[in-house]
Design a protein around this ligand. Structure first.
Ligand code: NAD
Length: 260
């Protein structure tokens, strides 16, 4: 389905990004994986993708809080793979804290990694997509790109920004065979959410089991975590030729959370 396409998935050494990179590789795309982690674990994952799916996988350690590193990652991918046809802006971090004591540097870091990085990556990858008149940009936003929760000021602001940027880019490239969409997941049990469960337990002074039942999944009517594989399948569909008319939208995959 994606054979011959080259994809960058930011923040793909863990969680949702890793799932999307694996989904793309399974569909035949070459992938650039990115993110932090132990070098030996990352190399195992990279080599494993090549061996399992017969594609080319390269690793970029670019820091998504640094614009020049993001541009260099895109240039390296274009040089080594020949093009960047699919860009998934997925890297993200979270901190749960009341706004009046929210650490200033953490706020700026969350906005940089979760939102401003999308700008840098799109800015760098779009000229090549325009030249070839084909491209797919998928921004992993969140249900928190559409609605808010208390204690998540930086994350909610950044994800709403991602949804807005998605619409703007979609309008700019609408006449080309390029699309830009956002995916808005509900809760997925990745390391990012494990950390939030711990943060919420602290902020609310509650046991972990109660946080999961009464806070985390309280907002999700289906009462179960979204699976990484479900998000990977959606991203793979959006990256394919048949998704050409899906543009500028924010697709919820949240068990009904934002239907409330
Ligand atoms: P995760 O913590 O499992 O993975 C985050 C990835 O981003 C890792 O690969 C990490 O190394 C990378 N990363 C972090 N900072 C980086 C930086 N400065 N530069 C490069 N890479 C960096 O998290 P996840 O849950 O898989 O989240 C992935 C995306 O999905 C995030 O944008 C998150 O906001 C979004 N999301 C997650 C959930 C959820 O419930 N887990 C829900 C909605 C949206």
């Amino acid at each position: 389905m994606l054979k011959g396409r080259n994809a960058i998935v930011t923040g793909s050494t863990s969680g949702i990004g890793l799932g999307i990179a694996r989904g793309f590789a399974a569909a035949g795309a070459n992938v650039v994986i990115n993110g932090f982690g132990k070098p030996e674990d990352i190399e195992k994952e990279r080599a494993g993708l090549e061996a399992e799916f017969g594609i080319t996988a390269i690793y970029s350690g670019a820091d998504m809080s640094k614009g020049e590193q993001i541009a260099a990652m895109v240039a390296e991918a274009e040089e080594k793979l020949g093009s960047v046809d699919i860009l998934v802006n997925n890297a993200g971090i979270q901190l749960v804290s009341p706004i009046d004591t929210f650490p200033i540097e953490k706020f700026e870091q969350i906005v940089a990694i979760n939102m401003v990085s999308n700008f840098h990556a799109i800015r760098a990858a779009l000229p090549g997509m325009k030249k070839r008149n084909w491209g797919r940009i998928i921004n992993v936003a969140s249900a928190h790109g559409l609605v808010a929760s208390p204690f998540k000021s930086a994350y909610v602001a950044a994800k709403h920004g991602v949804v807005g940027m998605t619409k703007t880019v979609a309008l700019e490239i609408a006449e080309m065979k390029i699309t830009c969409n956002a995916i808005c997941p509900g809760f997925v049990r990745t390391p990012l959410v494990e950390a939030q469960i711990a943060d919420q337990a602290k902020v609310n002074n509650m046991p972990v089991e109660n946080v999961i039942r009464d806070i985390i999944l309280a907002s999700q009517p289906n009462k179960r975590f979204v699976e990484v594989s479900e998000i990977a399948a959606l991203a793979t569909f959006l990256a394919g030729d048949h998704a050409l008319s899906i543009n500028g939208t924010s697709i919820s995959i949240d068990g009904g959370w934002t239907a409330r």
